[in-house]
Each structure stands twice: as C-alpha cells, then as structure tokens.
Design a protein around this ligand. Structure first.
Ligand SMILES: [Zn+2]
Length: 305
C-alpha cells in the first residue's frame, strides 16, 4: 500500500478485526492518491478467511494484511471472487447497476464469509441510483460492507452522506510525494510539476509521461508581459484556451508563490485565488467557453494592484 495510506488502512483493518467497522464507508480524498488500491486491499482483508488467525503475528501490523493464500485471497488475486462486487462508470452510475449489485448482496455469501461492494466515483450515481442504494445503506444484510469512493464527495446526496462513516484519506506531503516518485524511478521531477500535483501522485505520474503543453515558466513569463501591457489577456486566452485547466492550475501555483513573499496586495491575491477556484469549477462543464473563463482570470492578474 502507498506509504501515505498505510496508517488509514491499518486503522480500518484493526477495526475489522474487532468487529467495530461501520458497514458503509465513504472513502474520500483527492483524485490520484490510490483510493482504488486502498478499497481493494481493505476488501480483500474483509474477505480473507485467515485474518487474525496467525498466533505468531497476532496484534502486530503484519496481522492486519490479507493472508494471500486462502481460497478467498486466491480468488481475489485471480480477479474472480464471487462475493466482491465493484461498480464503476466513465460517466454516470445508473440505477440498473445499483439494483443488480443489491440483488447479489441480498443473497448469502458464496464463500460463507463477508460480502463487499465497492462503488468507484460514487458521486457519479444518479439521484435514482442513490435512492436505490439507501435501503441497503440503512439495513445491510449480515456481514456486508459497502465501500464508496469519491474525490468529489460534496456532490453526494445528503441522505447518502448521513448514512456513511466518512474516512478522509490523506494525500502525501510534498516530501513524501518526492520520495515516492524517486522510488518509482522519477528522480528529477520539475519543482513546479511537483508542487502542482503533489496532492495527486498517481495523476502526477500520468502527467510526467505526457507533460502539459504549456510549462510553468511560460505562464510566469506571460504574466510579466500582461502586467506591463506587452500582451493583452484576450490574446493569451485565445492562444491557451485548449490548455485552460492547466493554465488556471499554474496560475494558482504562481499565486501561492506570490503570497509566500508577504506582498502588499494580499487581499487582491486571495481574490484572484478564489477566481481561479471558480474558474476550475467552470472548466469542468464540457460546454463552457474556455477562452472566456481564462480571459477573466488573466485580466484580474494583469490588473492586480
Ligand atoms: Zn486470505
């Protein structure tokens, strides 16, 4: 398990051992921290037939991992466990997928152990999907665990949120991310990239494989031109509209750098940071005019006091 998630995994596994684990967990945290691997390992532990049976390791950390050789573990490793269900979708999780999973959970476990349902990107459940899940969340069948994963948990219906125990999974620290990248063979990572994506290390690796088309240094250079009026915001926005999301994120890194210098215009910089957050949200909408979103943010930066 990723080093930044180990403590959380041990805590939950420990509670599973003492039968004090809530049956519905909302595992929330930034995109790209490894929530899928986390849920799958916790699921394997819940299903493992030998958990806690090794007298030599009882009470130690090594007692809190799946044994890896019982029938349940072997089926899981083969990707073929009859009591583990996973739901995921590229866009929306529809009600049929939820109903089908609930039907499976309502029967008895095929291996006479626990049953586990993992719902990836739970925030993409439609309203009717979420409603279909409610009864199971309230009255789960015996020894059944529901693991809901989300990097946008604020989008979940309050009725779902109130029935789950929320587990906030951490991102690594900047240093932690740096160390992990070195172990993965990425030792000379650009400092700006590291700062931009350190909260989402798995996503960072993807960006290192195909770097953004506009670099941080280019953005800083253009901010300079905007400030002195050599370039205007509309021209820059048109040039960069296809990279709008990356540009706004780079602007946020730049704003953090400005804030660190103890500037005179601190309130204005915070307002710009808020404008960037709002721009990020607008850019999630596929129909948005990216150039327009970008021009607003760039203008506020160009005209800063
Ligand atoms: Zn096992």
């Amino acid at each position: 398990m990723y080093s930044w998630l180990q403590a959380s995994l041990q805590q939950l596994s420990q509670r599973a051992m003492t039968h004090s684990l809530h049956h519905a967990l909302l595992l929330k945290g930034a995109r790209g921290i490894g929530k899928t691997e986390f849920a799958e390992q916790l699921g394997q532990f819940l299903l493992c037939a030998n958990k806690g049976t090794n007298a030599h390791t009882a009470g130690t950390k090594s007692d809190l991992v799946p044994c890896g050789h019982c029938q349940s573990c072997l089926l899981l490793i083969a990707g073929n466990h009859p009591d583990l269900y996973e739901i995921s979708s590229d866009k929306q999780i529809g009600v049929d997928a939820i109903r089908e999973a609930i039907k499976k959970l309502s029967g008895s476990a095929q291996l006479s152990g626990a049953k586990v349902l993992i719902i990836h990107d739970a925030h993409t459940m439609t309203e009717s999907s979420a409603n279909a899940l409610l009864k199971t969340l309230e009255e789960p069948t015996n020894n059944t665990f529901l693991l809901l994963l989300s990097h946008q948990s604020e989008r979940l219906l309050p009725t779902i949120l109130s029935r789950c125990e929320k587990v906030a999974l951490p991102s690594p620290t900047l240093q932690g991310c740096h160390d992990w990248l070195s172990e993965q063979g990425y030792s000379n990572v650009d400092d700006a990239m590291l700062r931009l994506y350190s909260a989402s290390p798995l996503e960072l690796i993807e960006h290192l494989k195909s770097p953004p088309k506009v670099s941080y240094n280019e953005v800083v250079e253009n901010i300079g031109y905007l400030s002195v009026g050599t370039l205007n915001a509309a021209a820059v926005a048109t040039k960069w509209q296809d990279e709008a999301t990356t540009i706004v994120q780079w602007l946020q890194v730049w704003l953090v750098d400005q804030l660190k210098t103890g500037p005179h215009n601190i309130d204005a910089l915070w307002e710009m940071q808020k404008a960037c957050i709002s721009a990020n949200e607008q850019l999630r909408n596929p129909g948005v005019n990216k150039s327009l979103v970008l021009v607003n943010v760039l203008q506020s930066i160009a005209q800063r006091p």
